[in-house]
Write a protein that binds this ligand. Structure first.
Ligand SMILES: [Zn+2]
Length: 506
C-alpha cells in the first residue's frame, strides 16, 4: 500500500465523510431504521489510524503561524481527532440511533407517542396537566434507557481524547486544537448571565402570567417548549407557504435558494424523522439536504431559515477548495450564517414582507422573539458552563446531574430534570460554536446593513456578495478572523444585549 500523505488523506477523508454523512442523513430523516456506521469505519480504517493522526499532528506543529498551511493543518487535525474518537463509539452510536428511532412512550390519555415526536407533542399540548404528564413519561424513559447510553458515550469519548496526550486533559486539548479559550468564553457567559438577570426575571414573570397563567415558581422546562411554540401566531406562519415565502426572499436577494439544484428540501412529515431539524452536507457543494419535521407555526419558520443558512453555505462553497476548507474548520462560522437567516424572525421589515403577521401584529411578535432570544442565550451560556464542568473532570459524574439542574434552572427560570443531564449535551463543545455564532451573526448583520441597507435580505446585490465573500470561502477562516475582516474588534455579547433590549421595548 502507498504511503499516506496529506494529498491522499484529503481524498480518502472526503470519501469517508461522504459515506458517514449519507448514512446518518438516511437514518435521521427516517428513511432507514438505523445507521450502519461500523462498516464505514472499517472501510476507511487508514484515514483513522495512528499514521494519519501523526501526519496531521506533524503538519500542525510545523506550519507557519497564520499561514494557509496552518489553517489547513488545524482543520485536518481537529477532524482527525474527532473522527478517531468517534470510531470506537460507532457501535454505541448505532445502538443509540436505532433506539431513538423505535422508542415510544404512552401518553396518559392512552396514545402511543414516538420518542422523537415527544418534544413536538409537548410543545403543542395546551392542557398543562397533560403536558407535564407526557413529559414525566418522557423523563422516565430517558432516565431508564437513553441517559445510560449517552453517559457511556461521553465517558468513553473523554477518556479517548485524554489518552491521545495532546494536552494535559480534555479541556486543554480542546483549546489547543481549536484556538478557542474556554476560560475566556466561560467568563463572558457568567457576565452575560449577570448582565441580563434582572431583565430576564421581570420579563419571564410577565410572560408566564399572560401566556400560560402560571407563577415563575411553577415553571418547568416543558412549559418553555409550549411558550416558545407561540401557537397564537400560527395563522401568520402557514406551513404550506413557508418554503415558497423563504425561497422568494432568497431570490429577491439575488441568489437561488436551491443553489441550482444542489440543495434538496425535505420538509414533510415522516415517522422516524428527527424532531430537531438538520442540514446534511452529503457532498460539498454538490448534494446538500435540508431536513425538517414540521412542528407548526413560527418555530418551523425559525428552523427552516436556520437550516437554509447552513445549506446555502455548503451549497455555494467553492468546488475547487481543498476538502478541509469546504467541509471542516470552525463550525461557529456555519452556525453564524444559519443564525443570520433565522434572525430575520426578529426583523420587522422581513416579518411584514414574508409572513402573514401584518404591520399591526409585528411589534407584539417582536417582543415574543426578544423573549425567546434571551431565553435561548441564557440557556446556552448555562450549557457551556455546565459542559465545561463536565469535561473538566473536577466534578464526579454522579454529581453532574445536580450541577446541570442548578445551572440550567437558575439561568432559564424553568425547572430542569436531572434525567436530562447527559442527553441535553452538545458533544465536543458544540455549544461554544453556537455562542460564538450568535456573536458573529450580529457583526455580519451590521456589516450587511452598512453595505446593502436595513433590508439587505431583499437587495439583489446582497446575495451575490454573500456567496462570494462568505459562503464560497467555506470555513477557511474562523469566526474571529471573519469578525475582524468585518471590522469588529472582537466577538462579544454586548451587541446582542442591546438588540434584545430593543426587542423587549417593542
Ligand atoms: Zn445549526
Amino acid at each position: 500500500m502507498s504511503v499516506l500523505d496529506l494529498q491522499r488523506l484529503r481524498a480518502e477523508g472526503q470519501a469517508f465523510m461522504e459515506a458517514i454523512s449519507r448514512e446518518t442523513y438516511l437514518a435521521y430523516a427516517g428513511l432507514k431504521k438505523t445507521a450502519e456506521l461500523q462498516p464505514i469505519y472499517r472501510k476507511y480504517d487508514r484515514v483513522l489510524g495512528r499514521e494519519a493522526l501523526e501526519l496531521t499532528l506533524d503538519a500542525f506543529r510545523s506550519a507557519l503561524d497564520k499561514s494557509d498551511d496552518q489553517r489547513s493543518a488545524q482543520a485536518l487535525l481537529e477532524w482527525e481527532i474527532e473522527s478517531q474518537a468517534a470510531k470506537p463509539l460507532a457501535a454505541l452510536d448505532e445502538r443509540e440511533i436505532e433506539w431513538e428511532n423505535t422508542a415510544a412512550i404512552r401518553s396518559p390519555d392512552g396514545r402511543v407517542i414516538q420518542y422523537q415526536a415527544a418534544p413536538i407533542e409537548i410543545a403543542n399540548t395546551k392542557d398543562r396537566a397533560l403536558r407535564l404528564a407526557i413529559d414525566a413519561e418522557r423523563t422516565k424513559l430517558v432516565r431508564k434507557e437513553h441517559a445510560p447510553l449517552r453517559l457511556e458515550r461521553l465517558q468513553r469519548e473523554k477518556e479517548y481524547i485524554e489518552s491521545l496526550g495532546i494536552a494535559k486533559d480534555y479541556n486543554s486539548s480542546f483549546e489547543a486544537v481549536t484556538n478557542i479559550s474556554l476560560s475566556v468564553l466561560a467568563a463572558s457567559c457568567e457576565q452575560f448571565l449577570r448582565d441580563t438577570e434582572a431583565m430576564w426575571d421581570d420579563t419571564l414573570a410577565q410572560v408566564l402570567k399572560s401566556s400560560l397563567g402560571i407563577k415563575p415558581s411553577m415553571a418547568k422546562r416543558s412549559d418553555a417548549l409550549a411558550l416558545f411554540r407561540a401557537s397564537e401566531y400560527d395563522d401568520a406562519f402557514p406551513g404550506n407557504e413557508m418554503e415558497s415565502a423563504v425561497r422568494r426572499q432568497v431570490s429577491e436577494m439575488g441568489i437561488d435558494a436551491t443553489a441550482k439544484g444542489r440543495i434538496i428540501f425535505d420538509v414533510g412529515e415522516r415517522e422516524g424523522k428527527r424532531s430537531r431539524a438538520f442540514c446534511s452536507p452529503v457532498r460539498v457543494p454538490d448534494e446538500v439536504y435540508l431536513v425538517l419535521r414540521p412542528h407548526g407555526g413560527q418555530s418551523d419558520y425559525n428552523t427552516f431559515l436556520h437550516e437554509l443558512g447552513h445549506a446555502l453555505h455548503f451549497g455555494y462553497a467553492s468546488a475547487d477548495y481543498p476538502f478541509e476548507f469546504r467541509w471542516l474548520g470552525d463550525n461557529s462560522v456555519t452556525e453564524a450564517y444559519a443564525m443570520l437567516f433565522d434572525h430575520r424572525m426578529q426583523d420587522k421589515g422581513w416579518l411584514a414582507r414574508y409572513t402573514r403577521l401584518g404591520q399591526n401584529r409585528v411589534p407584539r411578535f417582536l417582543r415574543t422573539a426578544g423573549i425567546e432570544e434571551l431565553h435561548f442565550l441564557r440557556r446556552y451560556t448555562a450549557k457551556l458552563l455546565y459542559e465545561r464542568a463536565m469535561y473538566s473532570g473536577e466534578v464526579p459524574w454522579s454529581e453532574l446531574p445536580d450541577v446541570y439542574v442548578s445551572l440550567l434552572s437558575n439561568a432559564t427560570g424553568f425547572e430542569y430534570d436531572a434525567a436530562d443531564a447527559f442527553v441535553d449535551v452538545d458533544p465536543r463543545y458544540y455549544s461554544a460554536r453556537y455562542l460564538r455564532a450568535w456573536q458573529l451573526q450580529s457583526v455580519l448583520n451590521e456589516q450587511l446593513t452598512k453595505r446593502f441597507d436595513i433590508d439587505w435580505y431583499r437587495n439583489p446585490s446582497a446575495g451575490p456578495w454573500m456567496v462570494q465573500e462568505l459562503f464560497a470561502q467555506g470555513q477557511r477562516e474562523n469566526a474571529d478572523e471573519i469578525a475582524s475582516r468585518a471590522g469588529a474588534d472582537q466577538l462579544s455579547f454586548q451587541p446582542l444585549i442591546r438588540k434584545i433590549e430593543g426587542l423587549l421595548e417593542a
